[in-house]
Write a protein that binds this ligand. Structure first.
Ligand SMILES: [Zn+2]
Length: 162
């Protein structure tokens, strides 16, 4: 089943109201299957209810929290897995850092949960920190050619003599 990534209109939920699975589905324009999946994933239902009843206040809170966590940026040792649709840690020893340009490099790793390839762009200034977070052993050395250092000095000189 395709997971919905759509944001739900939480204003439609009346917090003083209880909803059946069907009513919840109608209210938020999702399928009953989606609502059942939410229940399986922790959406609180009323104790002992048959048919299942969902309290509006809980429904609203649960969905709001879920939507907020989607926006949550990855932790320093996580990357966003497009397959899981969640920030994930990398599989041990799967991470590599590849320089992209002068200011950034690309970190690539496999998702610890589903093995999908994940990518993250990081600033070169955070290279060491990032490599430590993802346990990258081979830190790519910035291509430091002989001309690099004098260039910096020359630029500085220019700056100073302006
Ligand atoms: Zn994954």
């Amino acid at each position: 089943m395709k997971k919905s990534t759509r944001r739900h209109d939480l204003r439609r939920i009346r917090t003083q109201h209880t909803y059946s699975v069907q009513e919840t589905a109608d209210l938020l324009k999702v399928t009953k299957g989606t609502v059942r999946e939410w229940l399986k994933n922790g959406l609180p239902k009323l104790e002992g209810g048959r048919p299942i009843l969902i309290h509006g206040a809980y429904l609203k809170d649960w969905l709001a929290e879920r939507q907020a966590s989607r926006k949550k940026p990855c932790l320093p040792n996580e990357m966003f897995c497009l397959k899981c649709r969640l920030p994930r840690k990398s599989k041990p020893a799967s991470a590599r850092a590849i320089p992209r340009n002068e200011k950034t490099f690309n970190v690539t790793a496999l998702c610890c949960q589903c093995d999908a390839r994940m990518n993250r762009i990081a600033a070169k200034s955070k290279l060491e920190q990032t490599c430590r977070s993802f346990d990258i052993q081979t830190i790519p050395q910035p291509r430091l050619t002989e001309s690099d250092i004098p260039t910096v000095n020359r630029d500085l000189e220019k700056e100073c003599t302006k």
